[in-house]
Write a protein that binds this ligand. Structure first.
Ligand code: IFG
Length: 523
């Protein structure tokens, strides 16, 4: 009997020794957003000094990204070659945007029909490694990945984050960090809110005053400790576009029109109906500014700006705003939207507008509507949003009461706003279903989901991440993972457990996050 017990213990010991150990207990490493399907196996693959990362042709760049992300923490050379124990292959995907990931003791294989799918598989693989893999410093860890077989693909093709760089400006390095943060969550669009009342943040060569005067300040003056100018030169914008693309993220530039334009109005007097330029604005009111809709100078201005922004942007989308144009008459608004969207569409881009733009019945076919009312639509928002679908377009959902990351977490949160149905807890950010927001809007008519973060009260990347994490993880899971149709309690228990699994990885990556009380954190 004793001998059998000894053999059994030895076998158990061998098994648990193979499984990766987190916080001292052998456990199944969780993945977030949740993959479509996963079947765990026996044993594990362990990286070592001799590990090569294989990837050829279109897979090579993703193989190099994986190698670069693991070299600092492991200290291994991790050369990239045609063949390796970790092999990235361009082949088949289970569905568009998807990948398969197979881990066996002898090696790891990620396969996808496109590099973006391989990149998504690499994000999953990073989470299957010990948390230290997210660090930039050498670390001692058991660099093992438990055997598993994952099939995965996104529910929605547009999975976005929006960053308001107008209220407060964020330097290139900070935006690149935010790009890395969202890439980890398989988000694939970064919408940059480049212009508003408080600032014009993108250099336009034909209109230099837009940044000379329009970028002279921000909310409450120069918080955030900037020494460089409060705008992106065209080269810096190109640098951001390129960096995002290397993480398979498409930049979506927004020029907000005709309202939210005090910065442009302060730069060019002729854009004002009375020909008088207002002072630069450092407050946080909205709805007080408007371009002069009846003046020819306004459309010459738009041709210049939209032409340059479109030429700078390789992605398919151009966002032209349209929100809160409270200082523009209804008639002028409709005249303006028809003209400005035609100018935008003439560049070949697909136009995106906030849902108020749906008041127009003269949108270019295929214009995308971005919904920002509540999970329960407020006055007219649902009708305006469905108008985009009626005109051949689709919808991006950003319900402000669950997806606006600038909302306070709870009344005790220092910064942040509360106008969207009060504070937003992590639970509230997760427990909603995209196909239940707008009656009559089908899953196929939803292009995707986006989590905006407005920066009236946020000045630094640390403050940004504190508001984004962990609620942006909720949005990323709703955008990627299959609809989780369990009870609310069961759904959040499952999500919360995996969010807790991400915690040591956020810390290793140096991502600031709020330890929200409704999440079952592990320490
Ligand atoms: N609404 C305004 C934003 C910003 C936001 C703050 C939209 C589309 C409130 N417009 O959201 O400019 O002020 O939460």
């Amino acid at each position: 009997m004793r001998r059998a017990a000894v053999v059994l213990l030895a076998l158990l010991g061998a098994l648990t020794a193979c499984a990766p150990v987190e916080n001292g207990t052998a456990m199944t490493t969780t993945v977030i957003p949740a993959p479509v399907s996963r079947a765990d196996g026996e044993g594990a693959f362990t990286l070592g000094h001799d590990t090569v990362i294989g990837g050829e042709g279109e897979a090579a760049a993703v193989a190099e990204y994986l190698a670069q992300s693991l070299r600092p923490a492991t200290g291994y050379q991790l050369p990239v070659g045609a063949l390796g124990q970790i092999q990235l292959v361009i082949g088949a995907s289970p569905a568009p945007g998807g990948y398969t990931l197979d881990v066996e003791p002898g090696g790891i294989r990620i396969e996808a029909d496109a590099p973006a799918g391989l990149f998504a598989g690499v994000q999953t693989l990073r989470q299957l490694l010990p948390p230290a893999a997210f660090g930039r410093e050498p670390a001692q860890a058991d660099w093992s990945v438990a055997s598993t077989s994952i099939e995965d693909y996104p529910r929605f093709e547009y999975r976005g984050a929006m960053l308001d760089v107008a209220r407060h400006f964020f330097a290139v390095a900070d935006v690149k960090k935010y790009i890395d943060d969202i890439a980890m969550l398989k988000l694939n669009h970064l919408h940059l809110h480049l212009t508003d009342d408080q600032g014009w943040r993108l250099q336009i060569l034909s209109r230099p005053a837009l940044t000379e005067i329009g970028a002279s300040t921000q909310v409450d003056g120069n918080g955030g400790g900037h020494t460089a100018p409060l705008y992106y030169t065209q080269d810096e914008y190109r640098e951001l576009v390129e960096y995002a693309a290397s993480r398979f993220i498409t930049i979506v530039p927004e020029i907000d029109l005709p309202g939210h334009t005090n910065a442009a109005l302060s730069a060019y007097p002729e854009l004002n109906c009375d020909g008088i330029a207002p002072q630069p604005y450092e407050g946080i009111e909205v709805g007080f500014s408007s371009l002069c809709i009846g003046k020819a100078e306004t459309y010459a201005f738009l041709e210049d700006v939209i032409g340059e922004v479109a030429a700078l942007t390789p992605g398919p989308f151009l966002h032209l705003g349209g929100d809160e144009s409270l200082a523009t008459s209804d008639e002028d608004f409709l005249t303006f939207i028809a003209r400005v969207t035609a100018i935008g569409a003439a560049t070949g881009k697909t136009i995106i507008g906030w849902h108020e733009m749906g008041r127009s019945a003269e949108l270019p076919a295929g214009t995308i509507g971005q919904y920002w009312s509540f999970v329960r639509p407020q006055s007219g928002a649902a009708e305006h949003t469905l108008s985009f679908v009626e005109q051949g377009g689709r919808v991006i959902l950003s319900p402000a009461d669950v997806a606006y990351l600038d909302m306070k977490y709870d009344p005790t949160t220092d910064q942040g706003l509360v106008w969207a149905n009060g504070p937003t807890s992590v639970t509230e950010s997760y427990l909603w279903e995209p196909t239940e927001v707008i009656p009559g809007l089908s899953e196929q008519q939803i292009l995707g989901i986006e989590a905006p973060i407005w920066t009236e009260t946020l000045r630094t990347i640390g403050e940004l991440e504190y508001f984004a994490f962990p609620r942006i993880v909720s949005i990323a899971e709703l955008a990627w993972s299959p609809q989780n149709s369990g009870t609310a309690g069961a759904r959040f228990d499952d999500f919360g457990d995996r969010l807790a699994g991400l915690q040591p990885r956020l810390e290793a990556a140096g991502i600031t996050y709020y330890k929200a009380p409704d999440v079952p954190w592990r320490d």
